[in-house]
Ligand binder design. Structure first.
Ligand code: DC
Length: 223
């Protein structure tokens, strides 16, 4: 049954707006939502807590295979502890990007990601949703935005949370993370050949949501 549920994949680089757009599209359609980056972040957070080195592939894969996590109304729980804020920390994002280069870690997370595909449907965001995890998705979208636009969004988010931030460092971090995510051999960040590319540098999240909903409605009509 789960195999026939429709999937919309929204991939793209860090801070391209994919989390916001995917979440709103899922809400609008009443679909499930998968934030696949959270799984890499949770693995990095657990590694940090257990003092496991970020290049210890077998130990990290073992952690990823048995991740004691749960998602509940926008909250991320690890071992039943709310780590929603903790997993979003920049240092954990950098750790996630480092462990995401390891093929055994990626393999260990496949079944968990696929298990989110349930009726009535799923919106999945990440880097390889359209290329690797859900290659048969009904609609694949790849969001892009300039490094400056993405850094300024991240800057606003951090300042709103009362966390001090520096634009120059944010642009540098984003570019380093993009380079690592794109250059890795295991499931690199790249659009699926059948993905629609949407540049969000000059549009609002709501406009991006409307685009995705229109494209999806078209796929439903032609199905
Ligand atoms: O989307 P995010 O920033 O929360 O993701 C954190 C890191 O996890 C990102 O730098 C790369 C990795 N990631 C991945 O390799 N594949 C995914 N599908 C999602 C995230």
């Amino acid at each position: 049954m789960s195999q026939i549920s429709p999937v919309i994949t929204i991939d793209g680089p860090t801070a391209s707006g994919k989390g916001t757009v995917a979440h709103r599209v899922a809400k609008h359609l009443g679909y499930h939502y998968l934030d696949s980056g959270a799984l890499y972040r949770l693995t990095a957070l657990m590694a940090h807590k257990q003092e496991i080195a970020l290049d210890d592939e077998p130990a990290l894969a073992a952690l990823a295979r048995e991740l004691p996590c749960r998602f509940n109304h926008g909250h991320v729980l690890l071992d039943e502890i709310d780590v929603t804020e903790e997993v979003r920390a920049e240092a954990i994002g950098v750790g996630a990007s480092k462990i995401a280069v390891l093929p055994e870690v990626r393999k260990a997370l496949i079944d968990l990601q696929v298990s989110f595909r349930n009726t009535p449907g799923l919106v999945a965001d990440g880097r390889d949703m359209g290329t690797v995890i859900f290659p048969d998705a009904q609609l694949k979208v790849f969001l892009t935005a300039s490094a400056e636009a993405r850094a300024s969004r991240r800057y606003k988010q951090l300042i709103e949370k009362g966390i001090s931030a520096n634009m120059e460092n944010l642009v540098k971090d984003l570019m380093e993370r993009d380079a690592r995510d794109s250059a890795r051999t295991a499931a690199p960040l790249k659009p699926s050949p059948d993905a629609i590319i949407l540049d969000t540098s000059e549009i609002t999240a709501e406009q991006a949501v409307q685009n995705v909903l229109e494209w999806f409605a078209k796929t439903q009509k032609s199905a």
